[in-house]
Design a protein around this ligand. Structure first.
Ligand code: SF4
Ligand code: SF4
Length: 360
């Protein structure tokens, strides 16, 4: 069809509803209500189109995807089409009977988010009493049923002191993988940035802890580490490059290059079911807006790394530089880099503790 490769993964955001209210949730500030969600037939058709395009993985996400009564049917359909099915969940609504049903439907992998290592603090961060203990019991069931488990530990200034204990928790739960992810400042994370931004000292300490525990644990636990953007020297290759690897479908059926792309003014997102998924991926204006390197400005346009990191994150460039086609200010070559570092350090010491919790 073209030189553009087929997408590798589909992120299916089935709903924005969630019993938790994490102050760093990547969902947009304007959350979609249940009435805006698409039905089972819509998602079945999306899965058919994705499989026909060559998509290999489907991530059922949200919000909290287990709020959807059709989750098992969607997983069964995806696996029947040859897709590897992953569930990204807070876990608080799962029990053994439901997990068995999902496993029987073909669910291969479960990613459970943890807000901390100790119940009181974790439950305050997610604003859901009893959540932490429930997550632990569900994580044990996941491994007992033979599914792969990833523990997703989102870290920030208010829980970084618990990082060693969070690593211990992942080991105790016999997780295959631990993702230590510093908050990404999009959506609610951007809204709560002052309450979440780590200090530079915390960042340095976290780096050292991850390096030390990786060496000590070896193959026993794979640890992925997402550094805090604002203290980085180089930007991450956001989404593996815009329109390079992943399709994101919002609960109302809009197809996005990433979950935060709707913050970029001027982009129009087509809907699955109205336009063919392959048409949106290969020829859609939003997917081609920042695909490749031709759209770049200096310093990216003459940089040797432009086809490696693709200039970083477009949504972050918009949020920090006011221009979605600017170099991500996280990059040390951006003229805004020092200003952003100073701003981050200032916010990390401003003493803001209260969270603004998300609400539908
Ligand atoms: S980040 Fe928290 S609030 Fe947002 S969907 Fe996940 S569990 Fe729910
Ligand atoms: S200048 Fe652009 S391409 Fe080069 S490292 Fe920075 S963000 Fe990446």
């Amino acid at each position: 069809m073209s030189a553009i490769a087929a997408p590798f993964a589909l992120m299916a955001e089935l709903t924005h509803r969630c019993p938790l209210q994490c102050p760093y949730c990547s969902n947009p500030l304007e959350l979609l209500k249940a009435g805006a969600e698409r039905d089972t037939a819509f998602w079945m058709a999306v899965i058919d189109e994705a499989a026909a395009m060559g998509v290999l993985q489907i991530h059922f996400s949200g919000g909290e995807p287990t709020l959807r009564g059709d989750l098992a049917a969607l997983i069964a359909h995806a696996t029947a089409k040859g897709l590897y099915a992953n569930l990204i969940t807070s876990a608080v609504l799962l029990d053994e009977a439901r997990l068995r049903m999902l496993e029987a439907a073909g669910l291969a992998h479960v990613q459970i988010s943890f807000q901390g290592a100790a119940a009181a603090k974790a439950d305050r961060i997610g604003n859901f009493r009893g959540g932490h203990e429930k997550k632990i019991s569900v994580a044990r069931l996941v491994t007992a049923l033979g599914m792969s488990l990833t523990v997703n530990a989102v870290v920030h200034r208010q829980n970084l002191a618990e990082l060693p204990a969070m690593i211990d928790l992942a080991v105790a739960l016999e997780a295959d993988r631990l993702e230590v992810a510093h908050v990404q400042y999009h959506g609610w994370g951007l809204r709560n940035r002052a309450a979440l931004m780590p200090t530079r000292e915390q960042f340095a300490a976290a780096d050292a802890i991850v390096a030390e525990r990786r060496a000590a644990l070896g193959a026993r636990l794979a640890i992925d580490y997402v550094v805090p953007d604002y203290y980085a020297q180089a930007p991450k290759t956001c989404m593996g490059g815009w329109g390079q690897k992943t399709l994101n479908i919002a609960p109302d059926g809009r197809v996005l290059p990433c979950h935060a792309a709707e913050t970029i003014p001027g982009l129009v997102f087509e809907r699955a079911g109205e336009t063919a998924l392959a048409e949106i991926w290969y020829r859609g204006a939003a997917f081609n807006a920042f695909r490749g390197t031709a759209w770049m400005q200096e310093p990216c346009s003459s940089c040797a790394l432009k086809a490696v990191d693709f200039g970083g994150c477009r949504c972050q460039a918009l949020a920090l530089a006011g221009d979605a086609s600017a170099t991500d200010p996280v990059c040390h070559l951006s003229p805004l880099h020092e200003e952003i570092l100073e701003m981050a350090e200032g916010e990390s010491r401003a003493g803001v503790e209260e969270f603004v919790y998300r609400r539908v």
